[in-house]
Design a binder for this molecule. Structure first.
Ligand SMILES: [Zn+2]
Ligand SMILES: [Zn+2]
Length: 319
Protein backbone atom coordinates (compact mmCIF):
# COMPACT_ATOMS: atom_id res chain seq x y z
CA UNK A 1 0.00 0.00 0.00
CA UNK A 2 1.23 3.53 -0.74
CA UNK A 3 2.05 5.47 2.40
CA UNK A 4 2.50 8.95 0.99
CA UNK A 5 -0.84 10.44 2.06
CA UNK A 6 -0.24 11.11 5.74
CA UNK A 7 -1.53 14.67 5.63
CA UNK A 8 -4.95 13.34 4.61
CA UNK A 9 -5.55 11.49 7.86
CA UNK A 10 -7.95 13.37 10.13
CA UNK A 11 -8.78 12.01 13.54
CA UNK A 12 -10.86 13.25 16.45
CA UNK A 13 -11.54 11.92 19.92
CA UNK A 14 -15.07 10.92 20.91
CA UNK A 15 -14.33 9.45 24.38
CA UNK A 16 -11.34 8.46 26.48
CA UNK A 17 -9.18 6.29 24.23
CA UNK A 18 -11.79 6.26 21.43
CA UNK A 19 -10.92 7.99 18.16
CA UNK A 20 -12.87 8.57 15.01
CA UNK A 21 -11.95 9.10 11.39
CA UNK A 22 -14.47 9.80 8.67
CA UNK A 23 -13.97 8.80 5.06
CA UNK A 24 -16.46 10.54 2.75
CA UNK A 25 -19.61 9.61 4.68
CA UNK A 26 -18.77 6.67 6.94
CA UNK A 27 -16.84 6.42 10.21
CA UNK A 28 -14.11 4.11 11.44
CA UNK A 29 -13.14 4.07 15.11
CA UNK A 30 -9.88 3.29 16.85
CA UNK A 31 -10.22 2.09 20.44
CA UNK A 32 -7.29 1.86 22.85
CA UNK A 33 -7.49 -1.45 24.69
CA UNK A 34 -6.91 -1.53 27.48
CA UNK A 35 -7.71 2.13 27.83
CA UNK A 36 -4.73 4.47 28.25
CA UNK A 37 -2.14 1.90 27.21
CA UNK A 38 -0.51 3.45 24.15
CA UNK A 39 0.07 1.18 21.19
CA UNK A 40 -2.58 -1.42 21.98
CA UNK A 41 -5.77 -0.76 20.04
CA UNK A 42 -8.42 -2.20 17.74
CA UNK A 43 -10.03 -0.78 14.60
CA UNK A 44 -13.83 -0.79 14.40
CA UNK A 45 -15.13 -0.87 10.80
CA UNK A 46 -12.96 -0.23 7.77
CA UNK A 47 -14.88 2.13 5.49
CA UNK A 48 -15.61 1.69 1.83
CA UNK A 49 -13.39 -0.12 -0.67
CA UNK A 50 -10.16 1.78 -1.34
CA UNK A 51 -10.17 3.41 2.13
CA UNK A 52 -7.34 1.23 3.44
CA UNK A 53 -4.53 3.75 2.86
CA UNK A 54 -6.43 6.53 4.57
CA UNK A 55 -7.23 4.34 7.57
CA UNK A 56 -3.66 3.12 7.77
CA UNK A 57 -2.41 6.71 7.66
CA UNK A 58 -4.82 7.74 10.42
CA UNK A 59 -3.60 4.78 12.51
CA UNK A 60 0.04 5.70 11.97
CA UNK A 61 -0.62 9.36 12.75
CA UNK A 62 -2.12 8.33 16.07
CA UNK A 63 0.01 5.35 17.08
CA UNK A 64 3.25 5.77 15.14
CA UNK A 65 4.80 4.50 11.92
CA UNK A 66 4.57 0.77 11.39
CA UNK A 67 1.98 0.23 14.16
CA UNK A 68 -1.01 -2.01 13.66
CA UNK A 69 -4.09 -2.92 15.68
CA UNK A 70 -4.47 -6.20 17.53
CA UNK A 71 -7.75 -6.87 15.67
CA UNK A 72 -10.39 -5.42 13.37
CA UNK A 73 -14.00 -5.60 14.61
CA UNK A 74 -16.86 -5.20 12.12
CA UNK A 75 -20.25 -3.99 13.31
CA UNK A 76 -21.56 -5.58 10.10
CA UNK A 77 -20.36 -6.39 6.62
CA UNK A 78 -21.94 -3.77 4.36
CA UNK A 79 -19.63 -2.32 1.71
CA UNK A 80 -19.17 0.97 3.60
CA UNK A 81 -18.00 -0.81 6.80
CA UNK A 82 -16.19 -3.90 5.50
CA UNK A 83 -15.08 -2.55 2.13
CA UNK A 84 -11.41 -2.28 3.12
CA UNK A 85 -11.34 -5.07 5.71
CA UNK A 86 -9.52 -7.59 3.53
CA UNK A 87 -6.90 -5.07 2.35
CA UNK A 88 -6.18 -4.00 5.94
CA UNK A 89 -6.25 -7.53 7.37
CA UNK A 90 -3.73 -8.60 4.74
CA UNK A 91 -1.56 -5.51 5.24
CA UNK A 92 -1.53 -5.88 9.02
CA UNK A 93 -1.99 -9.64 9.23
CA UNK A 94 -4.56 -9.31 12.02
CA UNK A 95 -7.81 -11.19 12.70
CA UNK A 96 -11.20 -9.70 11.83
CA UNK A 97 -14.21 -10.41 14.07
CA UNK A 98 -17.93 -10.19 13.37
CA UNK A 99 -21.13 -11.74 14.68
CA UNK A 100 -21.90 -15.36 13.77
CA UNK A 101 -24.96 -14.28 11.74
CA UNK A 102 -22.79 -11.94 9.66
CA UNK A 103 -20.29 -14.62 8.67
CA UNK A 104 -22.11 -15.74 5.51
CA UNK A 105 -21.59 -12.25 4.04
CA UNK A 106 -17.93 -12.14 5.04
CA UNK A 107 -16.94 -15.57 3.79
CA UNK A 108 -18.35 -15.17 0.27
CA UNK A 109 -21.31 -17.51 0.93
CA UNK A 110 -24.14 -15.00 0.52
CA UNK A 111 -24.90 -11.53 -0.73
CA UNK A 112 -26.97 -9.18 1.44
CA UNK A 113 -30.63 -8.69 0.58
CA UNK A 114 -30.85 -6.15 -2.26
CA UNK A 115 -31.21 -2.58 -1.10
CA UNK A 116 -34.61 -0.89 -1.41
CA UNK A 117 -34.27 2.42 -3.26
CA UNK A 118 -38.04 3.00 -3.06
CA UNK A 119 -38.03 3.43 0.74
CA UNK A 120 -37.63 7.21 0.35
CA UNK A 121 -34.99 9.80 1.20
CA UNK A 122 -31.64 10.95 -0.13
CA UNK A 123 -29.58 7.90 0.76
CA UNK A 124 -32.23 5.66 -0.81
CA UNK A 125 -31.89 7.60 -4.07
CA UNK A 126 -28.12 7.14 -3.99
CA UNK A 127 -28.36 3.51 -2.92
CA UNK A 128 -29.11 2.42 -6.49
CA UNK A 129 -25.40 2.81 -7.10
CA UNK A 130 -24.23 0.94 -4.00
CA UNK A 131 -23.26 -2.75 -3.97
CA UNK A 132 -24.98 -5.32 -1.75
CA UNK A 133 -22.58 -8.18 -2.35
CA UNK A 134 -20.77 -10.03 0.38
CA UNK A 135 -17.00 -10.22 0.84
CA UNK A 136 -14.66 -13.14 1.32
CA UNK A 137 -12.23 -12.22 4.07
CA UNK A 138 -10.71 -15.69 3.80
CA UNK A 139 -8.89 -17.00 6.85
CA UNK A 140 -8.86 -13.55 8.49
CA UNK A 141 -12.53 -13.60 9.55
CA UNK A 142 -13.69 -15.16 12.83
CA UNK A 143 -17.06 -15.29 14.59
CA UNK A 144 -17.32 -13.53 17.93
CA UNK A 145 -18.25 -15.73 20.91
CA UNK A 146 -21.95 -15.80 21.82
CA UNK A 147 -21.47 -14.37 25.30
CA UNK A 148 -20.88 -10.77 24.19
CA UNK A 149 -17.21 -10.79 25.10
CA UNK A 150 -14.54 -9.43 22.81
CA UNK A 151 -11.16 -10.70 23.87
CA UNK A 152 -9.30 -7.93 22.03
CA UNK A 153 -11.37 -5.19 23.74
CA UNK A 154 -11.00 -5.38 27.49
CA UNK A 155 -13.60 -3.24 29.25
CA UNK A 156 -16.04 -3.56 26.34
CA UNK A 157 -18.72 -6.03 25.32
CA UNK A 158 -20.93 -6.30 22.28
CA UNK A 159 -24.69 -6.52 21.96
CA UNK A 160 -26.39 -8.26 19.06
CA UNK A 161 -28.48 -5.48 17.50
CA UNK A 162 -30.15 -7.03 14.42
CA UNK A 163 -32.52 -5.26 12.05
CA UNK A 164 -30.19 -3.26 9.86
CA UNK A 165 -28.48 -6.59 9.14
CA UNK A 166 -29.07 -9.99 10.71
CA UNK A 167 -25.75 -10.10 12.55
CA UNK A 168 -25.28 -6.43 13.35
CA UNK A 169 -23.52 -5.65 16.64
CA UNK A 170 -23.08 -2.54 18.79
CA UNK A 171 -20.16 -2.06 21.19
CA UNK A 172 -20.53 -0.90 24.77
CA UNK A 173 -18.13 0.33 27.44
CA UNK A 174 -20.04 0.24 30.70
CA UNK A 175 -17.39 2.12 32.68
CA UNK A 176 -18.16 5.53 31.13
CA UNK A 177 -21.24 4.48 29.12
CA UNK A 178 -19.81 4.80 25.62
CA UNK A 179 -21.80 3.23 22.80
CA UNK A 180 -20.46 2.51 19.32
CA UNK A 181 -23.74 1.82 17.56
CA UNK A 182 -22.61 0.99 14.01
CA UNK A 183 -25.68 1.28 11.77
CA UNK A 184 -28.21 0.26 14.45
CA UNK A 185 -28.98 3.98 14.33
CA UNK A 186 -27.38 7.07 12.79
CA UNK A 187 -26.51 10.43 14.37
CA UNK A 188 -27.43 12.42 11.26
CA UNK A 189 -30.37 12.41 8.89
CA UNK A 190 -29.22 10.37 5.90
CA UNK A 191 -32.61 10.94 4.26
CA UNK A 192 -32.07 14.69 3.96
CA UNK A 193 -30.02 16.05 1.07
CA UNK A 194 -29.04 19.07 3.18
CA UNK A 195 -27.88 16.90 6.10
CA UNK A 196 -25.53 15.03 3.78
CA UNK A 197 -23.55 18.29 3.75
CA UNK A 198 -24.23 19.81 7.18
CA UNK A 199 -24.26 16.57 9.22
CA UNK A 200 -26.49 18.16 11.87
CA UNK A 201 -26.35 15.91 14.95
CA UNK A 202 -29.58 14.07 15.71
CA UNK A 203 -30.66 10.49 16.38
CA UNK A 204 -32.10 8.97 13.22
CA UNK A 205 -33.11 5.54 11.97
CA UNK A 206 -30.59 3.08 10.58
CA UNK A 207 -29.73 3.67 6.90
CA UNK A 208 -33.12 2.87 5.39
CA UNK A 209 -32.46 1.30 1.99
CA UNK A 210 -30.24 -1.39 3.55
CA UNK A 211 -32.36 -2.09 6.65
CA UNK A 212 -34.19 -5.34 6.02
CA UNK A 213 -36.04 -6.06 9.29
CA UNK A 214 -37.73 -2.99 10.75
CA UNK A 215 -39.29 -4.67 13.80
CA UNK A 216 -35.91 -6.01 14.84
CA UNK A 217 -34.35 -2.59 14.14
CA UNK A 218 -36.86 -0.97 16.51
CA UNK A 219 -36.21 -3.54 19.26
CA UNK A 220 -32.46 -3.00 18.90
CA UNK A 221 -32.81 0.77 19.29
CA UNK A 222 -35.04 0.26 22.35
CA UNK A 223 -32.42 -2.01 23.88
CA UNK A 224 -29.62 0.49 23.21
CA UNK A 225 -31.70 3.30 24.74
CA UNK A 226 -32.12 1.21 27.91
CA UNK A 227 -28.32 1.30 28.31
CA UNK A 228 -28.55 5.08 28.88
CA UNK A 229 -25.28 5.90 27.08
CA UNK A 230 -23.43 9.16 27.71
CA UNK A 231 -21.75 9.05 24.29
CA UNK A 232 -23.29 7.60 21.14
CA UNK A 233 -20.98 7.26 18.14
CA UNK A 234 -22.43 5.63 15.03
CA UNK A 235 -21.33 4.62 11.57
CA UNK A 236 -22.78 7.76 10.02
CA UNK A 237 -22.75 11.23 11.60
CA UNK A 238 -20.78 12.82 14.41
CA UNK A 239 -20.88 11.52 17.98
CA UNK A 240 -23.68 12.73 20.25
CA UNK A 241 -22.80 13.39 23.88
CA UNK A 242 -23.86 15.72 26.66
CA UNK A 243 -25.96 15.44 29.78
CA UNK A 244 -29.27 14.83 28.02
CA UNK A 245 -28.00 12.13 25.64
CA UNK A 246 -29.76 9.24 27.47
CA UNK A 247 -33.09 11.12 27.43
CA UNK A 248 -32.73 12.06 23.76
CA UNK A 249 -32.02 8.46 22.82
CA UNK A 250 -34.99 7.19 24.85
CA UNK A 251 -37.22 9.74 23.16
CA UNK A 252 -35.93 8.61 19.76
CA UNK A 253 -36.59 4.96 20.66
CA UNK A 254 -40.13 5.78 21.87
CA UNK A 255 -40.93 7.56 18.63
CA UNK A 256 -39.00 5.19 16.40
CA UNK A 257 -40.50 5.62 13.00
CA UNK A 258 -40.26 2.81 10.46
CA UNK A 259 -40.80 3.94 6.87
CA UNK A 260 -44.38 3.78 5.64
CA UNK A 261 -43.54 2.13 2.34
CA UNK A 262 -40.80 -0.08 1.05
CA UNK A 263 -39.87 -3.66 0.28
CA UNK A 264 -38.94 -4.66 3.83
CA UNK A 265 -41.48 -2.60 5.80
CA UNK A 266 -44.34 -5.09 5.98
CA UNK A 267 -42.26 -8.26 5.97
CA UNK A 268 -38.55 -8.65 6.64
CA UNK A 269 -35.84 -10.43 4.73
CA UNK A 270 -35.27 -13.79 6.43
CA UNK A 271 -31.70 -14.85 7.06
CA UNK A 272 -29.85 -17.52 9.00
CA UNK A 273 -26.24 -18.65 9.31
CA UNK A 274 -26.18 -19.57 5.61
CA UNK A 275 -27.17 -16.01 4.62
CA UNK A 276 -30.38 -14.85 2.98
CA UNK A 277 -33.14 -17.46 3.09
CA UNK A 278 -36.24 -15.59 1.87
CA UNK A 279 -37.04 -12.12 0.55
CA UNK A 280 -40.28 -10.18 0.17
CA UNK A 281 -41.07 -9.60 -3.51
CA UNK A 282 -39.34 -6.64 -5.21
CA UNK A 283 -41.22 -3.37 -5.49
CA UNK A 284 -41.28 -1.40 -8.72
CA UNK A 285 -38.58 1.22 -8.99
CA UNK A 286 -39.45 3.81 -11.60
CA UNK A 287 -36.39 6.04 -11.17
CA UNK A 288 -33.65 5.64 -13.75
CA UNK A 289 -30.21 4.75 -12.40
CA UNK A 290 -28.71 7.56 -14.50
CA UNK A 291 -30.58 10.30 -12.61
CA UNK A 292 -29.62 8.72 -9.28
CA UNK A 293 -26.01 8.76 -10.46
CA UNK A 294 -26.14 12.49 -11.22
CA UNK A 295 -27.65 13.23 -7.80
CA UNK A 296 -25.18 10.99 -5.98
CA UNK A 297 -22.25 12.45 -7.89
CA UNK A 298 -23.22 15.99 -6.91
CA UNK A 299 -23.56 15.04 -3.24
CA UNK A 300 -20.32 13.08 -3.09
CA UNK A 301 -18.50 16.01 -4.74
CA UNK A 302 -19.97 18.38 -2.12
CA UNK A 303 -18.98 16.05 0.72
CA UNK A 304 -15.45 15.70 -0.60
CA UNK A 305 -15.21 19.51 -0.94
CA UNK A 306 -16.41 19.88 2.66
CA UNK A 307 -13.92 17.27 3.88
CA UNK A 308 -11.07 19.09 2.13
CA UNK A 309 -12.11 22.35 3.77
CA UNK A 310 -12.15 20.66 7.18
CA UNK A 311 -8.67 19.31 6.60
CA UNK A 312 -7.39 22.68 5.45
CA UNK A 313 -8.87 24.41 8.48
CA UNK A 314 -6.88 21.99 10.62
CA UNK A 315 -9.66 19.84 12.10
CA UNK A 316 -7.14 17.15 12.91
CA UNK A 317 -6.54 14.98 15.89
CA UNK A 318 -7.47 16.80 19.09
CA UNK A 319 -6.82 14.84 22.24
ZN1 LIG B 1 -24.99 -0.78 6.96
ZN1 LIG C 1 -23.25 2.22 6.92
Amino acid sequence: MSKNLKSNADLSQVASGVFHTKIVFVNSYFVDTPENVPGSFVVIDTGMPYSAVKIQNAVENRYGAGTKPTAIILTHGHFDHAGSALALAEEWNVPVYAHRLEMAYLTGKSDYPPQDPTVGGAIAQMSRLFPHGGYDLKNHIHALPENGEIEAMRGWRYFHTPGHTAGHISLWRENDRVLLAGDALTTMNLDSWISQITEKKEFCSPPKPFTTDWQAARRSVEMLAELEPNVVAAGHGNAINGANTPQKLKEFARNFDAPRKGRYVMSPAIADESGVVALPPPVTDTVKVASAAVAAGAIVAAIVRRNRKELKSGENFDE
